[in-house]
Design a protein around this ligand. Structure first.
Ligand code: ADP
Length: 508
């Protein structure tokens, strides 16, 4: 059996555990890759949000540029109107200045709110760069920080690059008035978006109050605020947290699945082992029963033949032979009945006829029916007296079967010099006990755990090994007691004897 079991385990391992194990290892290694992927996807998304904010600032500046790029004189009334209109809608533009590109001479200068000194120096390099772009038909805006301000330069197309226009910008107002609404809209409740000084790190603007997660802010340079940086992160969790939470969840799921598979594996293994043990016990049972039936059959056939041949002369001898035939047929009937009973009980086909039974009256009757057996086995059976009546609700035939089985075993498994079997009735709290005690071979603690299982027989020890049996008797007792709402227990010590106790619920 051990070899077959090892073979089955190996097959199970190969067809179930190996592919699953392989799958787990693969999944586990894929998990960290997934985590990196999730992180990458998230940061790409955050980057594109920052890009959209930059794109918006580009739109704003392009709009300013277009509104000033007109084929009109910078100092004309129309231009003044255009500039004032621009000032009105954009507090961030502090001043506008038009100059000649070749001489750097000022052509017109407009102030939004207050007049202040503007750095009139126009870097020639900027003009070169802008002109280069304009020749390629691309009108670019160059940015130059100047003190607290920013200066945006561009060459109006309409003037064929002869004029340069400077917009003096207050970066704080640019952020607050032009960028803030868009940033707030993009951030919603999900993101924290900030603008900070790229050198000092000082936060110039934030869509919400900064929280402790700022360390994982995704950063991008600002197209129109070259000294500042845009930052963004998820409000509730960082990307790493999100990704690792996901990985952790997947890990737990994998672990759960692994445990489930392992449990399934153990379950299948235990069941197969149980079934194999049962198959083994059944085959032993067939061998035992055949053996048990063969002896009485042989005796009956031999004595009947002798009688038929009329070889027996004395009446005494004849009677002895007939008695043996009768005894052996009773034994045969007993064996067959036990097997039939067992199969009926196992298939739940038994109908119990419960009635109120006075044990004080019935037990002695049952014990008495075993007198001849006790006599043959040279056993003294002692029934302890009990005062009054003891009522239980039981099926009469079943009661005979179970007490009979216990007496039969007490006789079978006794080899003491002075063999004694004691039968006693006891009244306990809410229970009635019937005890059958012997001073026989006893049962080891290890075997006590199994003797109530079907087909189980003890094979150690000379007597236990030689005694005939089917391994069904005690299992039958257990099943019948269960049907009576009671139970059966054993107290035994090897080589000292055993006491089997039938525990019935007390009849109210
Ligand atoms: P069997 O037909 O083998 O007697 P049972 O189910 O009646 O089957 O008993 C199961 C096993 O329990 C027996 O094989 C025997 O070893 C052990 N056993 C039962 N009763 C006794 C007893 N009174 N003393 C010692 N061993 C016992």
């Amino acid at each position: 059996m051990v070899r077959t079991l090892a073979k089955i385990s190996l097959i199970l391992l190969i067809i179930v555990a190996l592919p699953i194990g392989f799958f787990f290892v693969r999944e586990l290694s894929a998990l960290s890759k997934n985590e990196q992927m999730v992180e990458r996807v998230f940061s790409t998304q955050l980057e594109s949000i920052l890009y959209s904010i930059n794109q918006y600032s580009e739109n704003v500046v392009q709009h300013w540029k277009q509104s000033l790029d007109q084929p009109i004189e910078p100092e004309s009334g129309i231009m003044k109107g255009l500039v004032e209109n621009l000032f009105q809608n954009n507090q961030a533009i502090l001043a506008v200045r038009f100059s000649d590109t070749t001489t750097s001479e000022e052509q017109a200068q407009y102030f939004n709110d207050s007049i202040f000194a503007i750095d009139t120096e126009i870097p020639r390099k900027k003009i070169e760069v802008l002109r280069g772009f304009l020749e390629e038909n691309y009108q670019r805006v160059e940015i130059e920080p100047s003190g607290d301000y920013l200066i945006f330069y561009f060459l109006p197309k309409s003037k064929n690059g002869e004029q340069i226009c400077q917009l003096i910008i207050d970066p704080d107002l640019f952020i607050q008035q032009n960028l803030r609404p868009t940033m707030q809209k993009v951030a919603q409740d999900l993101f924290y978006i900030s603008i900070s000084d790229s050198i000092s790190g000082e936060v110039l603007f934030e869509t919400d109050r900064e929280n402790e997660l700022s360390h994982s802010v995704e950063k991008a340079t600002m197209w129109y605020l070259p000294t500042s940086k845009l930052g963004i992160h998820l409000k509730t969790k960082t990307i790493e947290q999100l990704a690792s939470e996901r990985t952790q969840r997947d890990n737990y799921m994998l672990l759960g699945m692994g445990l489930f598979v392992a449990m399934g594996f153990i379950f299948v293994f235990i069941n197969i082992r149980k079934e194999m043990k049962l198959a083994e016990l059944k085959s032993e049972f067939v061998a035992n029963v055949s053996h048990e039936i063969r002896t009485p059959l042989a005796l009956i056939s031999m004595y009947a033949e002798t009688l038929l041949l009329k070889r027996i002369k004395t009446e005494e001898k004849k009677e002895e032979y007939l008695k043996t035939i009768q005894q052996e047929s009773t034994r045969l009937t007993g064996i067959v009945n036990r097997i039939l009973n067992f199969s009926r009980i196992e298939k739940n086909r038994v109908k119990y006829h419960f009635e109120n039974i006075d044990l004080k009256q019935v037990i002695p009757e049952i014990v008495h029916s075993f007198d001849s057996h006790f006599e043959t086995a040279n056993i003294h059976c002692h029934q302890e007296s009990f005062e009054g009546s003891v009522w239980v609700q039981a099926d009469r035939e079943s009661l005979k079967t179970i007490v009979g089985n216990l007496l039969d075993n007490a006789i079978k498994y006794s080899d003491a010099e002075k063999k004694i079997v004691r039968v006693r009735i006891r009244k306990k709290a809410k229970q009635i006990w019937i005890e059958v005690e012997d001073n026989g071979i006893g049962i080891s603690a290890k075997n006590q755990k199994h003797i109530f299982e079907q087909f189980y027989r003890v094979t150690e020890g000379d007597l236990a090994h030689k005694a005939k049996g089917s391994g069904l008797g005690l299992n039958l007792v257990k099943r019948i007691m269960k049907a009576h709402g009671g139970s059966v227990v054993v107290r035994s010590k090897l080589e000292e004897g055993s006491t089997f106790i039938l525990k019935f619920p007390e009849k109210k």
